[in-house]
Design a protein around this ligand. Sequence first.
Ligand SMILES: C[S@@+](CC[C@H](N)C(=O)[O-])C[C@H]1O[C@@H](n2cnc3c(N)ncnc32)[C@H](O)[C@@H]1O
Length: 348
Amino acid sequence: MSDEHIEQPDFAEIFPLFFGHSYSQVVTTAVRLGIPDVLAGSTMSVDEIAAATQTHASSLHRLLRALVALDVATESADGGFALTPIGVLFCKSTPTPVHGAALMCGDPTLWQAWGALELAVRHGNTGFYHAFGQVIWDHLADNPVLAERIYGTMKATTSLLAPAVVAHYDFSPFTRIVDIGGGDGSLLSTVLVATEGASGVVYDIEPALRETPGVLEAAGVSGRCEVQRGDFFRSVPPGADAYLLKHILHDWDDDASARILRNCRDAVAADGKILVLTSVVPAQDEVTDPMARRVLAMSDMEMMAFHSGRERTLEEFEALFGKSGLRLGAVVTVPEHPNFHVLEALPV
Ligand SMILES: C[S@@+](CC[C@H](N)C(=O)[O-])C[C@H]1O[C@@H](n2cnc3c(N)ncnc32)[C@H](O)[C@@H]1O
C-alpha cells in the first residue's frame, strides 16, 4: 500500500491508547508523594517541594515537568510550580473521589491484575486471579495498603452518591434495613438519617469494617445501627424488610450473584424488598455520548481485570432476579448520576 492510502491518525487521540499508562503513573506517583497537597494554594521551587516531600530533586523536577505537560501543574518563568484547577482535584482535602481514585488506580497490585487481562480474555476468570491465584476481596486481608485504597475510594464515591439516592428513593416504608457489603456505612448512615425510626445493620467482611463504627457515630445513628461481620455467600442477617446491595452484583458472575440474591431472598420479610443500587448498561444504540460509552466499557473491563462480574443491562438483571426467586419491581433513576438506578427485586 502506498503512503497516500494510509489514513493519517489524529495523534492526540491515538497517543493515550498506548501511552495512557504513563499518564496514570505520573499522576498517581505525584499523589503518592503528596505533591498536590504540598503545592495546594502556593507556588514553590523544586528544592522546596523536594524538601517537603523528601524526594530526589532532579528526578522530582522531571516529574513536575511531566505534570505541567499533563495540565496538572504550571511552571513560571522563575521556576515556581503551582497547581492548575485539575491539579487541585488531586489534593487530599478536595471533597471529590479523585485523590482516592488516583491512589487506587495507581496501586502496583492492581496494575499486575491489569497486566494479566490478556490471560482473562484468553482463558476466562479474572486478571487478578491469573496474577495472584486469589479473589481480590480475600487478598485484602493480607494487603492493608490496597485495602485502604479500595475502601477509601468506595467511601468517597458512596458519600457523594448517597444523598442523591435518598432524594429519589423513598425508604420511609422500611423499619429494618441491612446493607449487604455495606463497607464503611456511608450509604446506610445516610439512609438511616433520612428514615427516622428505622434500624439497620452494616454487613461485610472484616477489612471493610474498620471505619464503620466511627462513620455511624459521626452520623448520629450508631444507637440504631449494628455492625456485623459475615460472608454473604453463606448467609445474611435475617428478618429485615429491606436489603441494600450497592455495587455488589457487578463484582460477581451470574452464579455467584444468584447465591447472594437467594440468601437475601431467604432472609427478607415476606413483604420486604431487595434493593439493587447499581449502574445499568443502556442498549448500545442509546449511548450517544462517546465519553459515557467509554466509562461504561472501561468499568466493565475493570470488572474483568479484578472481579468475576460485569456491568449488566436491565434485561440481564431481570434474568438474574428470575434465577434467584425474585422479580423486578420498580426501577428508580438517580438523575444526578448517569445510568445509576435503584432496582427493586421482589420475592416471588
Ligand atoms: C464494590 S464494594 C461496594 C461497597 C459498598 N456497598 C459501596 O457501594 O460503597 C463491594 C463490597 O463487598 C464486600 N464483600 C466482598 N466479599 C464479601 C463477602 N463474601 N461477604 C460480605 N461482603 C463482601 C467488600 O468488602 C466490599 O465492601
